[in-house]
Design a protein around this ligand. Sequence first.
Ligand code: FES
Length: 103
Amino acid sequence: MKPVSPFLRLHEPTATVRLTWEGEEIFAAPGDSLAAALLAAGVDTFRASPVSGAPRAPYCMMGTCFECLVNVDGRPTVQACMTEVREGMLVCRQMGGAEVNDD
Ligand code: FES
């Protein structure tokens, strides 16, 4: 069953951007932040806490709290609120901490 979002758009988008969340296709408006697009699609858990495993979701929507971290196209620790949607993005939850990659 498709989740129902408590977040409503003020205007219906005239164009759409197609992306994939956890294997399911969702649609966003051009210029949406990834966090706004996921919230509008009814997504309520973006990541799991690396300490307790508790579900987390965006809080500040301005790049400060880091509660919105997701994996985008295989890259972990992407701030969804600071990332603009792009056609064909593959997005999934970040479970636990990301590995540090120093290359
Ligand atoms: S929602 Fe706070 S950093 Fe993204």
